[in-house]
Design a protein around this ligand. Sequence first.
Ligand code: ADP
Ligand code: MG
Length: 486
Amino acid sequence: MSSRVISLDLNSDPKTIWRNCLNIIKDNVPAITYNTWFLPIKPIELTNKTLKIQVPNNFFIEWIEEHYNAVINKAVKSILGENGNLIYIILESHEDDGEDAGLTKNGQPVVLQEPKAPKIEETPVHNVSSFMQNNVEEEELIFNSNLKPKYQFENYIKGESNQLARAAAFAVSENPGETSFNPLFIYGGVGLGKTHLIQAIGNRIITKYPDKNVLYIPSSDFASKFVDAIQLNKGNEFSNFYKRMDVLIIDDIQFLVNREKTQDLFFHIFNTLHQLGKQIILSSDKPPKDLKGLNERLISRFQWGLSADIQPPDFETRMAILKNKAEKFGIQLQHGHIEYIAYNVTSNIRELEGCLIKVLAIASLGSKELDMNSIKKIVKEISTTRQVNVSIDQITKAVCDYLKVDENKVREKNRRKEVVQARQIAMYLSKIITKSSLKTIGLHFGGRDHSTVIHSFDCVTQLLQEDANIKEVVESIKNKIEISST
Ligand code: ADP
Ligand code: MG
């Protein structure tokens, strides 16, 4: 038994309060989530129903708010009552002084977040039953735009892969309904930034033109709300609501495929809005003409405006995205680590983020030193696009980037020493990494003969045995392009 006198009222002891919160949270999230995101949190202080908790970095706050807001909110409110509040603090030092409260050496929290009560999950106000109560035309429409503030142009990295789409989106946000980009139809594969881009348009418009009615809705929500409305015999009110938008943004329109009734209704809404000069923005996983199962007349309307695609990002864009996000989360990552991820996760920005998040999670916990092996493991775990079939061109690019040699020269008949060396290393790596034939490899290097490829391969093999420097260079290039298949 401790002989210490506890002078605090137990109820106002932050540790006890937090422990009680944790008990609730624990029942509501998987164990791994609990261990990763909640255990590292430290209660610091409790004043007037406001609990100050310390988290390792900004990233934690964002992550928790984005994913566990409802859970943490529920826990805090049920322990502290309805007025319960949370304040996150971040300490400058990531060092952890063990058991104790975890203050920095001088005990000062350096970043004090705005007293953020965990946000209450907002339910869209425009759900069927509530918006139907105002059937008045003149009355101001009160509804939730469904836009997430995190999707902005400012944090949308430009690159060749999204150039046209981004430029068109920006133009639309400047003058909604007044460009010839109506509808604006953005298409591209999963995780390439369609939702981000079309929401950024909406966010910019509501800032620039606060009076405009802007609504974002995924097409599947649109469809299911329509079904609800029909059941309540409120089909008209439903479509009238949408017809009052100045900017209607429908995401993933491909999910309307084979939903005849919803398509019909949307067709009418589309026509009305278009005639009124209102802006329509759509996204899809494929271009309009490939949307089989979608009514021809809709497809033809989608082609009235501008269709712009988003391609998988190139290496530079991937690097920029990773750097930008790491910086935003306030975590320093080694250049080589970022580069490794950018080289190896190529097809999808969501996966790129997934890797980074995992890396950041480990970095935030500070329990483990981040080394190249952990990075490789994470990439391997997350990336579905493992570079088993990394291309000869990618290899050439990696080699040239590393050795700072012009890629074109490697493919020409240039005989400068450094160019020859880069070419030989690229051929060597192409042979060991890709399954391409010697002939194919030769073709990628300006149509060289297969015997030249063999010669290069032999030269590099020899060099690797003799020259430690070359060995190191080749190893690090290889690290960048290849995920060990172990
Ligand atoms: P999609 O809707 O095409 O499936 P998302 O818009 O959901 O893709 O993008 C996936 C993730 O990648 C999001 O978190 C988004 O913020 C991020 N992202 C996509 N493109 C970019 C970009 N160009 N710059 C920064 N982040 C991006
Ligand atoms: Mg999307």
